[in-house]
Every structure is written in C-alpha cells, then in structure tokens.
Design a protein around this ligand. Structure first.
Ligand code: NJP
Length: 235
C-alpha cells in the first residue's frame, strides 16, 4: 500500500520540495500551511496523490482538522514531517517578545500539537515522525538564541519520544545548515539580517537536498532507523 505522508509548512522551501519528491516516489502527500493558494497550486501540480489543507499549526483545532481530513481521504497516516518553522533572528535585547513567543508557538507547540493528534494513527501504522530541527539544535550564536532554544527543544522532544515509544513509532531529526529558502526573509532585525547575509549566500543547500535526505531516511529497511541527519553546505 502506498504510504501517506503529512507535511507541515508545505507552501514553500523544504516542505514544498519534500512534498513534490515524495509524491514522485509514490507516496500520498498531505500538504499543510497557512498560504492556501500556494499549497493548492502545488497539490494540483502533483495531482491525485496530493491533498492541500489550510493549516496554522498554532491553532489546535486546525491541526485536528488537518489530521482528520488526511484520514478521511487516505485512511491512514504513515509519516508526519514536522517542517513548519520560523526563525526571527536578532539579539535578545533588541528583539520583540511576540517574535520570541511566536517561534516557540510554531516550532515547539505547533510540532507538539501535530504529534498529539497524529500519534493514534502513527501507532496503528508503526509510522515515522521526522522533525525539522537545525544545526541550531546543537549550537548557539549571538543573534540566534531564541531560535536555537526552540530547536534545542525539538531535539530533546525527538530523543525523549524515541525512548518513550521505542519499537512503536520511529522518530528522527533532520538538521540542516543554511538552505536557500524564504527562511532568510523571516528576520526583520536589519543589522542581523545583514550579518547573516554571508551565511545565506555563497554555498548554500537547496530545498531538494533536504528532501532527498528525508527520502533516504524513509527508504531504510524495517530493521534500520536513522536517528538524525546533519547536513551542511560544504564551504
Ligand atoms: O523556510 P520557508 P524553510 N502554521 O520559510 C510554514 C528549518 N530550517 O523551508 O504558513 C503552519 O520557506 C510556512 O508556510 P505559511 C526551519 O526552521 C531551515 O527553510 O504558508 N505553517 C512555510 O511553508 C523550518 O522548521 C533552515 O507561511 C507555518 C514554512 O513554514 C524548516 O526548516 C536551516 C506556520 C517555512 O518555509 C522549513 O523552513 C535550518 C504556521 N503557524 C532549519 N508558520 C534554512 N532555510 O536555512 C510558518 O537549520 N509556517
């Protein structure tokens, strides 16, 4: 039976590339994001295998609806890719409290909601959760403190759930360095955006590179699981 893969934040960047690649490889894909036009356009380009459902991961009822609609259409959930994420970079002293809170709402609480509502289905299918963590889940730099804290939380959640649900559900992290997506435009702190310009230019990863790594994780035999892929631009 074809696998059904749910992807949050599928309206651009890594999420969109992953939806396209996994559908090409034979999966049913359910795309969620706030920008409905974007996910509907991608889903119609993919065709029958794709379903687009508007989703704000910070709204629990929308997350529940996302899962319910996926089950209605495809009958099971095999993979959840928690990709939706935001990164408002900038020094803590100069940042906006609402940006900091929003990063935790999307990157951490949104991810927990998606796990919560999909878990009963993933337990039935012996499914796989893949979280978009980051190299920032392992490090911290001036200007990325709160973003790094949210991704450290993602890493702990992944490692902890792996212990709690051993043998029942697989859970992995994919942790990229700089990827050429809309992510670099999230930051509205001018000086920080300028500081990170070099980081996001020159040799950077492409969304497709991350999609290929995710496909590799999902292509392992039943007796093998990849806990984490850390992938950086070769500079
Ligand atoms: O960025 P971007 P990426 N509810 O901006 C969605 C991590 N990462 O592909 O809602 C639902 O193109 C948003 O959709 P929309 C990063 O932390 C990246 O690079 O329509 N969805 C869009 O589809 C993140 O976890 C880099 O605005 C929400 C998507 O999230 C993941 O990679 C490095 C949402 C973001 O796509 C994908 O980001 C790294 C909400 N409330 C980790 N809010 C990098 N690019 O360098 C946002 O280490 N979205």
């Amino acid at each position: 039976k074809d696998k059904t893969v749910l992807i949050t934040g599928a309206s651009s960047g890594i999420g969109e590339a992953t939806a396209r690649l996994l559908a090409e490889k034979g999966a049913n894909v359910v795309l969620g994001a706030r920008r409905q036009d974007e996910i509907e356009k991608t889903a119609s380009e993919i065709g029958e295998r794709a379903l687009a459902i508007q989703l704000d991961v910070t709204d629990k009822s929308q997350v529940k609806n996302f899962i319910d609609k996926a089950i209605e259409k495809f009958g099971s959930i095999d993979v959840l890719i928690n990709n939706a994420g935001v990164g408002y970079l900038g020094p803590v002293a100069e940042g906006k409290l609402e940006d900091f809170h929003n990063m935790f709402d999307v990157n951490v609480n949104g991810l927990l909601s998606c796990i919560h509502y999909s878990l009963p289905h993933l337990l039935k299918s012996s499914g796989h959760i893949i979280n978009l963590a980051s190299v920032a889940a392992h490090d911290v730099f001036p200007g990325s403190v709160v973003y790094a804290a949210s991704k450290h939380a993602v890493d702990v959640i992944t490692r902890g759930i792996r212990l709690e649900l051993r043998d029942k559900v697989r859970i992995s992290n994919i942790s990229p360095g700089a990827v050429d997506t809309e992510f670099k435009d999230h930051t509205h702190h001018k000086e920080t955006a300028e500081k990170f310009e070099d980081y996001f230019s020159g040799t950077v990863l492409k969304s497709k590179d991350i999609a290929e790594s995710i496909y590799y994780m999902l292509s392992q035999p039943d007796h093998a699981v990849i806990n984490e892929i850390i992938i950086r631009p070769d500079r």
